[in-house]
Each structure stands twice: as structure tokens, then as C-alpha cells.
Design a binder for this molecule. Sequence first.
Ligand SMILES: [Zn+2]
Ligand SMILES: [Zn+2]
Length: 891
Amino acid sequence: MTGAEVREAFLKYFERNGHTRVTSSPLVPAGDPTLLFTNAGMVQFKGVFLGEDKRDYVRATTCQKCVRAGGKHNDLENVGRTARHHTFFEMLGNFSFGDYFKADAIRFAWEFLTKDLGLDQRRLKATVFRDDDEAFGLWKSVAGLPDDRILRLGEEDNFWAMGDTGPCGPCSEVHFHQGDDLPCAEVAAGRPCLGPACECDRWLEIWNLVFMQFNRDASGTMTPLPRPSIDTGMGLERTSAVLQGKRSDYETDLFAPLIRHISRLTGKPYGADAEHDVSMQVIADHARATTFLIADGVLPSNEWRGYVLRRIMRRAMRHGRKLGLTEPFLWRGVEWVGEVMGRAYPEIVREHRRLTEVVRQEEEQFARTLDQGMRRLEEFAQTQGAGRGRPIDGRLLFTLYDTYGFPRDLAEEVLVDQGWRATDETERAWSAEMEAQRERARAKAAFGGDEDASDTVALYQQIGGSLARPQQFIGYETLTAPATILAMVAEGRRVREAATGDEVEIILDRTPGYAESGGQIGDRGSLVGRAGRAEIVDTYYRGSKLIVHRVKVAEGGFHENEDVAVTIDSPRRQGLRQHHTGTHLLHAALRRVLGTHVAQAGSLVAPDHLRFDFSHGSGVKDREIEQIEELVNEQVQANIPVTNAEMNLKEALAAGAMALFGEKYGERVRVVKIGDFSTELCGGTHLDATGQIGFFKVAEEGAVASGVRRIEAVAGTAAVETVARRERVLREIADILKVGADEAPQRLRKLLDEQKLLERQLAEMETKLARGKADDLVASARQVNGVAVVAGRIDGLDPDGLRAVADTLRDRLGSGVVCVGSVLDGKVNLVAAVTKDLVKRFPAGKLIQEVAQAAGGRGGGRPDLAQAGAPDPGRLDAALALVADWVGRQG
Ligand SMILES: [Zn+2]
Ligand SMILES: [Zn+2]
């Protein structure tokens, strides 16, 4: 059975048993900003299980696209090295939403495995949760399994929970016996293999049935759910491997064609060299993840989801180099993956061009990175010579990484080849540099990237570290507050005082000022002290999340430790709130109108406009823009409350997201929710309710990069002004046309039609005139050595028109030499044409050279037709007079 057949057989089987076939949801989970990627079939049904969502079916079956990258269960570095780890995989599942329960779930699983797939039942065992006598009994009665083939396992293996609270319950797994010839650590240690409970590969888990039976509350008490549910997951790759008698997923027909392509491209056989095999498996796996992630709207970047994708892509590229590929190659993977999976997932074929382009760009960028790094390493080798066992300097590795993005392991590899050695010392130096860089990066990100001297960074870190209490941001609640000046910095140095006219950075113990982040620009306002007044011109982060106000002292002065009153510019902040909440609405509307592949690629929130970049393959049509505006304005009119809640990231995030995400956002995250319409992780300042937006208008739509579009939009007063401005333009047009605004388009169209007609008439007249002129010229033909020669000028013709005239003249002569010139816009055009019978004696190309030269220009062409341009109209007549001479001279 092919992978595609297994997929289809599964879905068909459950359809036959009353399940609705539901399409896989995108890899970027809709409405769940805390989850890195869709990683299981149940993700799209989470709300249904929680009772928040209703569907018009109670049984569903899916083949779900999943990505797991990073995190404790799927270390990226393991992928490709084992038979089973994947970044991208497909999960088959059947779901019951309060409909059937354990008995049917077990019956379905058993019937499908043994009848539809025809697996040998003697090679199957089941596991159940320790206390789940019900499931144990069902495996006996429904499947007829003897006691010794049903294992009771503990909570760790066989109990599932959606979170700390909420639905949970025991699970039951089906395992397949691959064979006792496979290595087992237990056996090697002189103990018996633990079977399905063992770490080894002798028994392979193929299906997990989750029985959602209880609801756990905050105190940990579990109460039975009134309508228990079923959630199951079966890996398509490993099931296909079992059915195809393969012990590695990479040998199944889901991967083998990809491996063959890679093998062909590299000229290296698969199965001959273990390291090469790993590289090929890495590329095959990562090509799938790359293709599907980009298709679902993720773009390689340095942030969150985009960063995971970039790591996956770069790892594949690195392994390509290990196989000797020096040219970009991963982009071909899009097509390979399309060949294998395009039928089941038409989006990867449909978007083929965009996907290929994104991958190629990333590859080219990475290739530049590698080139720069390699050059630097060569320089190093020239100055330092061979390593002769000396330890590699971790700082060198870091510089390469930091300056060029050159991967450390690659640099190490190159250096080890030259006789250097990676030691603990290397590691220590690297880690120290990495830590310092992290600090710098934080400061830089917070400051918008124009930070220079690392001592300034150090200074802010020192100030941050010296605070008695952490600085307080109180800008969600208030716009004005008393505060104390803790420190002042001018030109990178700490100062005790600031006087009139000084521009300094001020750190307060608490402030309502919002520091630029998450696209929202920093607040402005004023600072009033006992003897001075200053204007806050910007607010941003420095050091490790230290809010800094840049101020201009307008009057008097300030000193350290002084108590001041801070006031944030309230209308400006209101504009920021309108545009930030507007951004969230726009984002949600885009996903609804264009599709869930839309993912934020960048955002700017200003007091008077917003800019939103997002992944989308084509331009947004006018109709779609209208729908988006309509949808947003509907939310505005519904005046939906905007709520926010702080949550614990650790609990909220999948293990894989933690490492990337935790650092950037800290332990606590703020989730901003606008009814059911939008949910986003966001630290920005928002309106209390959408009605305060007043009115929302898209001002501009365009492309920023391949696959990335940009929308500029306005809210509130700015939106009204935009419309008013457009209205003025329209009125002006109507005034010029002397009609009402409503009739303007029709009038304009009519005018343009008339213009087109006039142009056509004019062109006809010109042709007529030229033809008349041509008649004159034919009549003026001279005989030179028995050859008819026409030379003359018709001004006002462009090269095309002139060529048409020359053609006509040549035809009319039947046999002869033609050369015509024309002056248009102060420049000379020349065309020479010669009839077929004379091209040997009088090649047009030669003729035109001579004539053009005489007019100060240059030209050339075929023996029968040639053209030229020249700068000097004053010399045209003299040049044309040369034609007859030239013909005479050719004998
Ligand atoms: Zn074992
Ligand atoms: Zn936001």
C-alpha cells in the first residue's frame, strides 16, 4: 500500500463509519497565538472539545499536516539521524465529540488495522492506562486480545491532558512488532526487552487513542465529563513503513522519491555511506517542512515561526554542502515534494512559483553568508597557518557567526580540517560572547537597531542593574503620573544635571510612557520638575528592557533623584491605540477574507496610520479590500470590548515554542482579545472597545517582497481625513470635467474614447501624408549605373514609421536602393532598404553606416534592411546626398 493509499483508506474507512471528512487545518494554528505550529489532529478541534465551538457533525476524521521542530520531544538535530523523527509529518485521526466512546474507538482501530490494512494480528499489542479496566476489558472482548498482549502502563505513557486544567483522560496505544532482531538496550544489559514499554524499536507505536473522560479543575479534582470524547492519532509515515515492510520511514514511498532526487543531484548513492544517508534524510525531511510551512504563510525570518523555518532551511542547506552541493538546490525540493504530495495537498502545486522563489531567495542569501565566512576563514588560515592541535578560539567562531551569520559547526569543521581542535576553552569563549551578544541584541531590538557603541549598552545594563526596584510601566492604566528621575544619560555618558537646551535620555522609576515595541512607536509627552520643563520626544527600550525617555529641556533644568510629573500626549496616544487595535482587526479580517495562510511579516503602528506586511501570493483585489474594510468596520460598529489577560507562557506554549519564545516575551505574556474576532499575543496599548476606532479605511496596497504584501490603513480622524482628501480630488476632477462627481467616471471614459479616436484619425492622416510623400519620392528616383536610387526625408516619423515607408518604397521600386531619413524630437532616424536582387552589390548595412556617419551617428543591420540614429538634424540633407554617390562608387 502506498502512503497515499493508506491516507485515503483511513479517511474512507471512517467516512463509512459516519465520520465527516474534514480538511487539514493550516500549520499556523488559527486563533491560537501561543502555539508554534499545528502539531496534532486535535488542534483544530480544541474549541469543540472545550465546548466553546459547535460543528454540525459529531464525528470527524482528518489527515492533519503537523510540524514539530525543537522542544524536548523532537530535537531538530535528531531529525534525519533516526528512522522516525520528522519535522513535518501527517497525522491520521478520528474524533468523537461527545458521541461514541471507548468501545467504538477500540473496535474501529482494531477493524481498520486488521481488516482494511490487513496487519497480522499476532504482531499487535495494546497498552492501556493502569487503572483503565474498561479499556482492558474492551481489548479482550472487542479485539479478542489475550491478557498477555494488553499492557497496563502508568500516567507518563498513557494519560493525556489538554493542559493543567480542562479535558483529560486515559489513552490506549496499539503497537506493532517489528522484530526481535532489532537492537535493544535492555537485552544488551542482560534484561528482557520491555515490549511496547521499551525504548527500543522492536515494538513500534502506531496508533494512540485518547479517551477524554474527565474535566480537571484548578484544584486538580477530576470530575467525569457528561459527554466523553475521542481523539486519536496515527502517524501516516510509520504506518506506511509498517505496511511496506520498511524499518525506516525514509524507505517508504513518501520519502524514497525525494531521496532519489537528492541522490541523483549529488551523484551519491543512498545506503552506501551512513553520513551521506543522514544528510539525504535531513534534506528530504526538511524539504517537506519547508514547502508546507511556506505554503501556509510562514516566511524565513529572525522571529518566532519564521526563525524555526529559517533554521530548518539552513540545516538542509548545510547538509547539501556536506553532499558536495555548492549551488542552491533546496528550491528544487518544492517540486519534488509536489510530485509526491501534490494530489493530496493541491496548495503546494498551486503556489509552486511563490514557494520556489521564497526558498531560492533564502538560499541565495545564505550562500552569500557562507561565502563571506569562508573568505574570512581563508584569511585566518593565511595569517595563522595550520592549527597543529591548537584550540579553536571561540571568539573567532562567534565573530563569524555574529558578523556574517556563519554557522558555528561549519566554521569548526573547516578549522578542524586545518588541524585545529575544538576544546572546552572554545566552548567557554563562545558562550561568553553569545551571552554578551544576547544582551546587545535585546538593547538593539528595543532601540530600533541604530545602537552603536557597546559601552552604551553596558552603561544601560549597569543602570538597569543598579535599580533598587524594577522600573514600572503604568501606561495601560494612566497617562500622567508622578515619578523620580533615577538616571540621566547624555552622549553615552551618565550626567547628574541637564540644563535648558540639553537633549538627554532619562530613566524614571515608573512611567506611563510606552517604549517602542511590537510595531507600536514610542510615546511623546512632557516632563515637569520643580525648576524645569522638558519635552519627551521619544520613548524606547535600552539595555535589558529599560524604558528610556529622550527629552529636550525646554526651560530651567533637571537633576538626578528629582521628583517630576510625567504626562503622555493623550491625543497622540489615542491615535496609537486606534491604529493598534485597528491592526489586530485588519490582521483577523485578512485571514478571513484571503485565507489562513496570511501571517504577519511586519507591522508599524503610528498615531496617524498603520502599516501591515503579510504573506500572500498575489495582489489583493479591490473587491477583497472592500470586504476587508467592511469586515473591520462591522467590528467597529459592533463596539466589541477589547480585553487583555496575562498568562503564563510556560503553561500556554508547546514545549517547542518555549526556547525561541520565552526569551523574547518573558514568562508572562499578555493576550489581547477582541471578542471572537481576534486573539493575539501583544504588549501594545489598545482601545477599551472597537467603537473608539470610529472608522477604518485601507489607504494603500502593494508588494514589498516576493510573496509579501503591504497594506497601509488609517483609523479614526485620520481615516475621515483620508476620505475627505480623496473626495476633494474627486471634486476637482469633476470640476475640471464640468460634471457632477457621480458622472465624472463616465465623462472621463468618454473623453478618453474620443482621444483614442482622434489619435487613430491622426495616425491615418499621417500615414496618408507619408504615402503621398512616398509617391513623390518614387517619382524622384534616380538611375545610378542602371540602379534605381531613392533618397529623401520625411520628418516626424519614428523608427517604426520610417521603416514602413522604406518598405513601401522598396516594394514600389521593384528593384533599387532606398534610404530615407526623418527628424523627430530633434533627433535623426535613418533607414536603408535594398531589394533582394541587389543586396550583394549594395548591402543596406554598409550604406547606412556611411550615411549615418555623415550625420554624426552610427547604425547597421541586415543587407536588405538597416537602420541608424544620429544626433545632428542639420547634417541630414548632406548625408542623404551621399546615397547616390555611394551607389555609384560600388560600381
Ligand atoms: Zn526493547
Ligand atoms: Zn498588537
